[in-house]
Write a protein that binds this ligand. Structure first.
Ligand code: GLY
Length: 450
């Protein structure tokens, strides 16, 4: 079968890599892909947001299944466009993707479904929003732009002044364009977070193993937020019973609430969960695989992901199940100079083959490209066509191990082979998982999650 993966980051490399070992012996295409994906799929020079060009390609190449990585094309209606053209897609429709595309819509659905989440108010009017702030007596609170804001758009406001500024940035300045025309003011929740991704076919929910990611750029959770600097899977202390309860209390009611609105959710439903003193609550929904969680989840998956995606797209997940390797996985992101404020392009990357040759290691490419021209004499270019940095997050080095300590050691040892100017990575990915497995740390001290 012929499969198109849309996107070009580490998540999409992880998807392509998983599909490459499918029993369905797929011919793989990726738009636009990256230098690592090019080893496993035919990369197509079409942007992930160029819906007409993606459709034309899928028609011309008789694509049997399209799997969409990023949220923007889903929120823009890629799945609807492809469905109108009888092209099967793994990924929710435009309306279903509003779970990520509109924070207020997601909150409404959570409330309809009785899913535990923070209290909130939706505002599209400055005076009303400011009146709402004046009535607050508990700080901090959270101000969120309603729409997609490229991972930005969320402000934790510690007092009225900060909240006022955040409200004005959205409703007066339109800082995130159309995404800013509505905002929500939300209760601030605190506790450890867990990413729970589930494959959905409209009715059936198949939860994947839980994962945790690291959002800040520097070790010790310092510095600005990023797209994610590392992840691990599973999460010690967030056991199967906790997963089953969240599926019962959140995912299935949410799919039912969507069906009541005439919306069939097919694709990945990714809940950003927070374990508070009052129990597990939903921070947000995403309508896609997480990045970099996918790079820690998929190396553990024994089931055939492509078969599962095909079944989900066809509404046929019922009766299917997921099986997992017992080994945990640790994934460490390597970013380029300047990230997250900027990124450095064109820095030659060495040591990729050596890192990938380590047992139980997979090197996923994100912001990489083939050098347009040979590097300057004296540069550390590897033999063959050099691979260079081409974005903020460049690689994710994932490793399996007998336990978290071994997986972590293996990932960091592999990473030592890789070099490029300005590279940045956190030194503490999965440190807390190692402590938890040694019973030196309880990741969920206030609420037993199991
Ligand atoms: N790991 C965060 C995200 O995928 O949005």
């Amino acid at each position: 079968m012929r499969v198109l993966v849309v996107g070009g980051g580490g998540r999409e490399h992880a998807l392509v890599h998983a599909f490459a070992s499918s029993r369905l012996a797929a011919q793989l295409f990726c738009a636009p892909g990256n230098a690592g994906i090019a080893e496993e799929a035919d990369c197509v020079d079409v942007g992930a947001d160029d819906l007409p060009a993606l459709l034309a390609f899928a028609k011309k190449e008789h694509i049997d299944l399209t799997v969409v990585g990023p949220e923007a094309p889903l929120v823009a209606g890629l799945a609807d466009l492809f469905a109108e053209n009888q092209l099967p897609v793994f990924g929710p429709s435009r309306l279903a993707a509003q779970l990520e595309g509109s924070k207020a819509f997601a909150k409404d659905v959570m409330y309809d479904a009785g899913a535990p989440t923070g209290r909130f108010r939706r505002h599209d009017n400055l005076d009303d929003a400011l009146r709402c702030l004046e009535m607050q007596d508990t700080w901090p609170l959270v101000v969120k732009a309603d729409g997609l804001a490229a991972g930005k758009g969320v402000v934790i406001a510690n007092d009225y002044e900060e909240a006022h500024r955040a409200v004005e940035e959205n409703l007066v300045d339109g800082r995130y364009g159309a995404a800013s025309s509505v905002l929500i003011i939300e209760e601030f929740l605190t506790g450890p977070e867990v990413s729970l991704l589930a494959l959905c076919d409209g009715k059936t929910v198949l939860p994947m193993a839980p994962a945790q990611d690291y959002k800040r750029i520097f070790a010790g959770d310092r510095g600005p937020n990023t797209g994610g600097m590392g992840s691990y899977c599973p999460v010690p202390g967030f056991e199967q019973a906790a997963v089953d309860r969240v599926v019962d209390e959140v995912y299935e009611p949410v799919l039912a609430a969507l069906r009541k609105r005439g919306i069939d959710y097919r694709g990945v439903l990714y809940g950003g969960l927070i374990v508070t003193d009052e129990g597990v609550k939903l921070l947000e929904f995403n309508c896609r695989f997480g990045d970099p969680e996918t790079q820690a989840i998929l190396p553990r998956l024994e089931s055939d992901l492509l078969e599962l995606c095909l079944a989900a797209a066809g509404g046929e997940l019922g009766g299917m199940s997921l099986s997992w390797k017992p080994q945990p996985c640790v994934s460490v992101v390597m970013a380029s100079r300047g990230y997250p404020e900027s990124s450095s392009k064109g820095d030659v990357i060495s040591g990729l083959a050596e890192a990938a040759a380590e047992p139980d290691v997979t090197v996923y490419h994100a912001g990489t490209a083939f050098a347009a021209q040979a590097p300057a004499a004296g540069g550390a270019a590897p033999a063959g066509r050099p691979i260079v940095t081409a974005g903020g997050r460049v690689l994710a080095v994932s490793a399996l191990g007998q336990d978290f300590a071994a997986a972590r050691r293996c990932a960091y040892d592999a990473l030592e082979h890789i070099r490029f100017d300005g590279m940045q990575s956190r030194t503490d990915i999965a440190e807390r998982a190692v402590k938890a497995e040694r019973h030196e740390l309880d990741l969920f001290p206030s609420t037993p999650a199991s």
